[in-house]
Design a protein around this ligand. Structure first.
Ligand code: CP
Length: 347
């Protein structure tokens, strides 16, 4: 294990798959060495602007702690405390938006050494899924990509509509930490029932990161809950490159057979994106897609992951979350060590 800091080839961290696999593996290595106490305060005097357009516990606190431990500071700007920003080109700003990203991104770049953004249209505190537009528009990640375009410092994705790369990285660190050698071991990302349609960003990034570890990656979900085909193709390509495999199954029980790691995650169906009333009618029939002790029996004593927040006894049962199989707290902790590795390599 090394704490050698290698500069990343990309200026921004928007998606793990933008980076060559060897850079992801180096970040994992660095994160684990930082966790063992090999910390140098390499970011003394540096600041990170964290801009949250949605609620967060783990991402907000783990970034603040990560910057502090490295000698720097995170400056938290919640959307309620900032102006309403505009992203459209050539717009007459006589409506509700106050400031254009063409000003705010370069201004923050003058104050801070990096900008981190959480902007996902489906992350809300509301009990019901919110009304949104179509997937092709959401997929453009206008907020994140506009900051990346107009900032003059690195931009970090703290979860957009499409990717949650810091979660993917934290998960990969946790798998590596627990399993050591990961090549050829079975990892199952399984859809789980949830009363709301959740974003696909986290499962996209969890799947992509597992593919970088040379694992036999299986994504299990009911028929119709396919992830974006372009991202699935990238996952398959990255799995091939790392010497692993990638497949999709529609039966949770058979998918879990022989698994070493089971990651539970809910997401909304792409084909009903924004039409949640229709999706909900179909989703209700899959309440048995819950990770519990019974369906874990066919695994090889699988470790159970979840990005949190988790709906107990809806996505994962109490008897699993409260058992030694659950590694969700370590997984959440490793978000911080992963982001420390990232910040040290990017700033
Ligand atoms: N997993 C995760 O990103 O948690 P938060 O939404 O609380 O940041």
């Amino acid at each position: 294990m090394t704490n050698t800091i290698q500069r990343l080839t990309q200026r921004n961290f928007l998606n793990t798959a933008d980076l060559p696999q060897e850079e992801i593996l180096s970040l994992i290595d660095l994160a684990l060495s930082l966790k063992q106490g090999q910390i140098n305060k390499t970011l003394t005097g540096k600041t990170l602007a964290t801009l949250f357009f949605n609620p967060s516990v783990r991402t907000r606190v783990s970034f603040a702690s990560a910057m502090f431990k490295l000698g720097g500071q995170a400056l938290d700007i919640s959307s309620e405390g900032a102006w309403a920003f505009e992203y459209r080109d050539g717009i007459v700003m006589d409506g509700s938006t106050i400031e254009h990203v063409k000003e705010v991104a370069p201004v923050l770049s003058r104050y801070c050494d990096a900008i981190a953004i959480r902007s996902s249209e489906l992350i809300t505190k509301s009990a019901e899924s919110v009304k949104v537009g179509d997937w092709n528009t959401a997929k453009q990640d206008i907020v994140l990509n506009s900051f990346a375009k107009y900032a003059t410092v690195p931009v970090i994705n703290m979860e957009s509509n499409v990717y949650h790369p810091c979660q993917g990285l934290g998960d990969a660190i946790t798998i590596k930490e627990k399993l050591g050698y990961t090549q050829g071991k079975k990892y199952v990302l399984t859809w789980a029932y949830h009363p709301k349609a959740l974003p696909m960003a986290t499962p996209n990034s969890q799947m992509l990161a597992a593919c970088d570890l040379g694992m036999d990656v299986v994504v299990a979900h009911p028929q119709g809950w396919d992830l974006d085909p372009e991202i699935l193709a990238t996952a398959a390509q990255r799995a091939g490159q790392s010497g692993g495999s990638f497949s999709i199954e529609h039966n949770m029980d058979s998918a879990l057979n022989g698994a070493r790691v089971v990651c539970a995650k809910s997401w909304g169906a792409l084909k009903y994106y924004g039409d949640w009333a229709e999706e909900k009618r179909f989703r209700a029939q899959y309440k048995d897609w819950i990770v519990n002790q019974e369906n874990l029996r066919s695994t090889q004593d699988a470790l159970v992951m979840h990005c949190l927040p988790v709906r107990r006894n809806v996505e994962v049962s109490d008897d699993v979350l409260d058992s030694p199989s659950s590694i969700v707290i370590d997984e959440a902790e490793n978000r911080m060590w992963g982001q420390m590795a990232l910040l040290a390599s990017l700033l």
